[in-house]
Design a binder for this molecule. Structure first.
Ligand code: GAP
Length: 471
């Protein structure tokens, strides 16, 4: 199923707004860019920080059974041998012999031949289907596609001067392994008992054959991952608890529940480490349709067992209460920062017809972001650029910065209508206008982004009002 036909947001509109307002810029644009790389502008950086802070607060700081850590991107290459990534972290790749374009075989099967469970097939099965269909290259039209072959998605780099024999290392393709290799140190230095979890936020890198759809599939992206260590016999129940926690997160960030579904992986589709996986899928606009937003996997004791065997370190846990020793099972809820940002923009995007006092109608674009996540929590706007107004407005701006401990905008350019529209478009929940009456009565007008309703309140009450709505 693809998206509803009457959805206001399209990917093109989101890309345009992101550039226009400073959420996302094309990477190295002044040098012609670098395909599928993006930089996050001032508002994008704020939105991402808000997402990450809320996640960290929710899953790490507010739970007694959780701790945080921050491992490096570069690790001993043996980590990736043990984890199975060197052998198994591959995509099925097809080349066109004529135009040299590259495709993911499973995507060709899904998009061109409408085969639903293509990712579950082996490269040999995919090749047989492609040969049988005699599929033309989607780029040049020639029927010169190769068979599917495995392509490892890990980026490599070299430590030390390349002229001498430097050590080849991988850029981590998931943050998870940093948690597994530090599991014993966490256990030995913190007062934790199974069940407990470790959360981590950080960059991951994948040499994707078909990146694209804006920031949906990137080469360099950021993950927020939890590895939750539990008794083997309690893994199924723990999985259900994390499923519920992830559903609560989706609600917390304000996504439309009709745009999110949970999909169980078929056995053949499971990653090399997983016993059970569910994907949280989001209904993207246009042809992209339902695609993975987050994942939840039961990694069993696969990773700890592999690292124990490859490193020779004993990674078993001694359960004092039961006087037994075992390798904990691991439940892994995993969240992409970039996909969270993308779905928040898509879900929040709205266009609304407005009619002004003269009866003139117009369309306003508004980002109905949850105030917790909005880049700016409020904007202070002097009605006119007159020193008596700007002086008071700047003072109010300073006070709000301090008393809300949040990003507040200040804008004295253009007419007030245009300034409201600008704040609507970047999702600022409140606009606070300082006018000539303020000089007499010490009150300001607070305009609500969603309803556009305005209310007068004493300047001294504004910080408390904003604080009440942004947490
Ligand atoms: N540790 C498990 C793991 O990495 P995954 O499903 O491959 O699982 C987890 O990735 C999450 O990371 C995804 O649900 C998605 O949000 C994000 N993600 C994965 N690949 C991505 C890419 N190429 N670009 C952007 N986000 C990506």
């Amino acid at each position: 199923m693809t998206s509803e036909p009457n959805r206001v947001a399209t990917m093109d509109k989101i890309v345009a707004l992101s550039k226009r307002r400073g959420f996302v810029f094309p990477g190295s644009e002044m040098y012609g860019g670098l395909a599928n790389t993006w930089d996050f502008g001032p508002l994008g950086a704020e939105l991402r920080n808000n997402i990450k802070q809320l996640w960290w607060r929710t899953f790490v700081q507010r739970r007694r059974d959780m701790l945080g850590q921050d491992a490096g991107i570069l690790m001993n290459p043996k980590v990736w041998e043990a984890s199975g990534h060197v052998v198994n972290f591959t995509d099925p790749l097809v080349d066109c012999k004529t135009c040299k374009s590259r495709f993911r075989a499973d995507h060709l099967l899904e998009d061109k031949l409408h085969i639903a469970d293509a990712a579950a097939k082996t490269p040999e099965e995919m090749s047989a289907i492609l040969r049988e269909a005699n599929l033309a290259c989607p780029v040049c039209g020639n029927r010169t596609l190769t068979d599917a072959r495995k392509f490892n998605m890990m980026f490599t780099t070299t430590i030390g001067p390349v002229s001498e024999s430097g050590t080849s290392v991988y850029l981590r393709p998931e943050t998870a392994q940093g948690i597994f290799v530090q599991y014993k140190n966490v256990l030995n230095t913190q007062r934790v008992k199974v069940p407990f979890g470790v959360g981590q936020i950080g960059k991951a890198f994948r040499n994707e054959i078909t990146p694209g759809n804006f920031i949906f599939r990137l080469l360099e992206f950021e993950q927020m991952e939890i590895e939750y260590f539990c008794k083997p016999g309690e893994a199924a129940e723990t999985f259900e608890q994390w499923l519920a926690n992830m559903k609560a997160w989706v609600e917390l960030i304000g996504l439309n529940p009709e745009h999110v579904r949970v999909r169980e992986h078929a056995k053949e589709e499971l990653s090399h480490y997983s016993d059970r996986t569910v994907d949280f899928e989001y209904l993207f606009p246009g042809t992209l349709g339902w695609k993975e937003l987050y994942g939840l996997a039961n990694r069993t004791d696969f990773d700890l067992r592999q690292h124990q065997e490859h490193s020779g370190e004993d990674l078993t846990y001694f359960d004092q209460a039961e006087n037994t020793r075992y390798l904990p099972y691991v439940i892994e809820p995993t969240f992409g920062v970039d996909r969270t940002m993308l779905v928040l923009l898509v879900d929040a995007y709205d266009e609304e017809e407005t009619v002004d006092v003269n009866g003139k109608s117009d369309i306003r674009t508004v980002l109905r972001l949850d105030p917790k996540l909005a880049p700016f929590k409020a904007a202070v706007l002097p009605l006119a650029k007159k020193p008596e107004l700007t002086g008071v407005a700047k003072e109010l701006f300073e006070t709000l910065q301090i008393e809300t401990n949040a990003m507040i905008d200040y804008d004295e350019t253009a007419n007030i209508g245009k300034r409201y529209r600008r704040q609507d478009e970047i999702g600022t929940p409140f606009c606070i206008t300082v006018d000539f009456d303020t000089l007499e009565d010490g009150a300001v007008t607070v305009r609500d982004r969603d309803s556009m309703e305005q209310q007068r309140m004493p300047m001294t009450e504004v910080a408390a009002y904003v604080n009440k709505h942004i947490r």
